[in-house]
Design a protein around this ligand. Structure first.
Ligand code: XBP
Ligand code: MG
Length: 266
């Protein structure tokens, strides 16, 4: 337990039972200095001159899923379908190996305030599930190293569902696995793609933006902050349509109030 006192939340006060968490960009800062670097190392090892720059990668993130992202990039480069399928598949296997090593070596960091929020949720008896487009190959060791795998009751990876976010399959599968109704389990996401997926699955959604997602369309979000927030580094509230008034943090009372507000609006 960190320095932040946790609120005790009883089920009778609100219907919050679980939270469905995104990984990339939400629990961890993984895209710019993680996945992007791993893609570039895979290009280099394959003897290719392609390198994805920081800004360019922000645009490429519009295509969810690493293998699909590679495929779309090679399509833009004019490669024929069969060639880009083969190349994307091969490069993504190697990129996954590289990124898994980075995760195991501690090179991918949790976003500030996430560990404190997870502790607080656990103390309040709120169950934790994960819905990500990333593959379980690296998701499991990364979550294990940073937070301890046993805390998550269900982890749904992009390799386990037919279509990635914004398709609702990952969120739906996570809810099915823990046996919780969508109305009692809000999502936490960092991107417009993640928000659309959560909403399509019927979940309320808090968004915590990052440098890549800040300018995206979050009109449908139930609350938007620019970070999880810590007592000495409070987050700014970007949008608060339900007037939850988060105290500079995405804390358990705010998430509980979000569920209560969205449940009464349904
Ligand atoms: C994350 C993704 C993933 C990662 C790379 O989206 O789209 O593709 O960028 O991981 P979200 P993989 O945060 O919405 O889950 O290479 O394993 O796909
Ligand atoms: Mg994300």
């Amino acid at each position: 337990m960190g320095a932040i006192a946790s609120a005790t939340v009883s089920e009778s006060e609100h219907p919050l039972q679980a939270v469905v968490l995104d990984v990339d960009g939400t629990l961890v800062n993984s895209e710019r200095d993680g996945h992007r670097v791993a893609f570039n190392l895979a290009f280099e090892e394959a003897g290719m001159s392609d390198r994805w720059g920081v800004e360019q990668y922000g645009e490429l993130l519009g295509v969810p899923g690493g293998k699909r992202r590679l495929n779309s990039y090679f399509e833009q480069q004019g490669l024929a379908e069969q060639e880009r399928e083969e190349l994307s598949g091969r490069l993504h296997v190697r990129k996954t190996e590289i990124f898994t090593e980075m995760a195991k070596a501690g090179e991918i960091e949790a976003r500030p305030g996430v560990a404190e929020l997870l502790d607080e949720l656990e103390e309040a008896g709120v169950r934790l599930a994960v819905a990500t487009t990333g593959s379980r190959t690296w998701v499991d060791p990364l979550l294990d190293r940073l937070f301890g795998l046993e805390r998550f009751e269900a982890i749904v990876g992009g390799d386990e569902v037919p279509s990635p976010k914004p398709d609702p399959a990952a969120h739906r599968t996570a809810l099915e696995r823990i046996g919780v109704d969508a109305r009692a389990a809000p999502a936490i996401e960092d991107s417009a793609i993640g928000l659309r997926a959560a909403k399509a699955a019927g979940l309320a959604c808090a968004v915590v933006v990052n440098e890549y997602t800040r300018e995206q369309d979050f009109d449908a979000a139930d609350v938007v902050l620019d970070g999880f927030g810590l007592p000495d580094a409070p987050a700014s509230v970007i949008s608060d349509p339900h007037r939850l008034d988060p105290p500079g943090r995405l804390d358990v009372p705010t998430i509980a109030a979000l569920v209560a507000a969205t449940a009464s609006a349904r």
